[in-house]
Design a protein around this ligand. Structure first.
Ligand SMILES: NC(=O)c1ccc[n+]([C@@H]2O[C@H](COP(=O)([O-])OP(=O)(O)OC[C@H]3O[C@@H](n4cnc5c(N)ncnc54)[C@H](O)[C@@H]3O)[C@@H](O)[C@H]2O)c1
Length: 375
């Protein structure tokens, strides 16, 4: 508890104490909300999206642009030619937001901030580069403070199903994970713990400082304009690429990580960006982690069969039992999101995979012709 000293009754002593308070009062003033807390977002209000050169951030910028927002700033540390999407009419900024000063620069004037920047990838990446994943804590730590100082009205954080207790995910016939399953905590090493601690920042910035924060735990997002080669890609993109390669090279075998019996659910990107918007603008969900994922559970073997059907081939499967495979099973329990938003991600895996397969096929062919593509 902070104690308040009573007045000494001596003019100069009180003057000195008040004088010392002035810089603190100025600091308090500058951290006040600059925008009216409950107003709705205007079309020309500044929306800042970090990780804008990445898969979900790029698609989110496109989503807001299509909704008619005219003042969007997308930020990424990658050079512009490596961005998946550069959306016309969006301000693109190349800056590293693990640096505090850069965060203040990118948040200047922001009304809403969406933090999707993180060093991440599929299991192949997060099992191998745990330090890199943990270091993403710098991004959220500085971004949320900068958003607060800039007077932003809402702050969104992209958490992950990797924040859930791994002990609950040892069986492929997994019980779907509900929001309370993150505690007692035993998150995925590195990546999952970073997400869990960053969630806490979001919760406390609301409870202690009154900034409206939103936290979605994504379950495997996939779709066009995302990572599809190079080691960071996730299962749907990796399998689409492998099938495309097998057909192209007329070598009808496919290497599968693990036994293929691991189960997952996969959410199509269009559902993801719509869900981010709905969650961020739902006041009943402030500072409350919520699942954002599909609950269509499939094994990796079933996923391969679906892509084979799209491609019209049947491949010989080789199982790589020493490859990274992650938890045995993971699914999203959507009871809470359905209750709160009367909606849940609903694009079927067949439909989403067909669109993804087509896009990766185009990238593959373009690369083969020597064109520059972002993998
Ligand atoms: N894709 C998924 O299935 C999934 C699942 C769970 C959670 N998430 C989370 O969603 C967010 C977006 O994921 P994504 O799939 O779009 O990944 P992505 O790798 O395609 O995009 C992340 C982007 O952040 C950028 N970035 C990383 N560190 C940065 C920094 N210090 N400064 C500026 N930019 C930086 C990267 O360059 C990259 O372009 C991440 O926070 C990720 O952890 C994604």
């Amino acid at each position: 508890m902070r104690s308040v000293k009573p007045s000494s009754g001596h003019f100069f002593a009180d003057f000195r104490r008040n004088w010392v308070m002035i810089p603190r009062l100025i600091a308090m003033h500058t951290t006040q909300r600059l925008v009216e807390k409950d107003a709705t977002l205007k079309k020309d209000d500044l929306i800042v999206i970090t990780g804008g050169g990445g898969f979900i951030g790029g698609n989110l910028a496109l989503y807001f642009r299509k909704k008619g927002f005219t003042n969007i700033r997308a930020v990424d540390k990658k050079p512009l030619y490596e961005w998946y999407l550069t959306v016309p009419g969006v301000e693109n900024v190349c800056l590293d937001v693990s640096n505090e000063d850069n965060c203040h620069r990118v948040c200047e004037g922001a009304v809403e901030v969406y933090n999707l920047a993180a060093d991440m990838g599929g299991m192949g990446f997060i099992e191998k580069f745990r330090v890199e994943c943990l270091r993403s804590i710098l991004v959220n730590t500085h971004m949320i403070e900068a958003a607060y100082k800039a007077g932003a009205r809402r702050y969104f954080f992209s958490s992950s199903a990797c924040a859930y207790n791994t002990l609950l995910q040892k069986d492929p016939k997994v019980r779907a994970l509900k929001e309370s399953d993150a505690y007692p905590a035993m998150a995925e090493r590195g990546y999952g713990w970073e997400k869990l601690v960053s969630e806490m920042f979001c919760e406390e910035y609301w409870h202690e400082r009154g900034m409206k924060t939103a936290i979605a735990r994504f379950h495997n997002v996939y779709g066009p304009n995302g990572t599809w080669d190079g080691g960071r890609e996730k299962a749907p993109a990796a399998i689409c690429r492998k099938v495309i390669e097998a057909v192209d090279k007329k070598d009808l075998t496919i290497k599968i990580w693990g036994t293929g019996e691991q189960t997952r659910s996969f959410m199509f990107i269009d559902d993801c960006v719509k869900g981010i918007d709905m969650i961020t603008h739902c006041d009943a969900l402030i500072a409350t982690p919520i699942n954002l994922g599909s609950n269509e559970l499939v094994s990796i073997n079933e996923l391969v069969s679906k892509v084979e059907r799209i491609a019209g081939v049947k491949l010989k499967r080789e199982y790589q039992l020493d490859a990274p495979k992650g938890v045995a099973g993971r699914n999203s329990d959507n009871t809470f999101i359905k209750k709160m938003l009367k909606w849940e991600p609903n694009t079927t895996l067949d439909k989403g995979l067909a669109a993804t397969y087509k896009w990766i096929g185009e990238q593959y062919q373009a690369r083969k012709k020597g064109k520059r593509v972002v993998e």
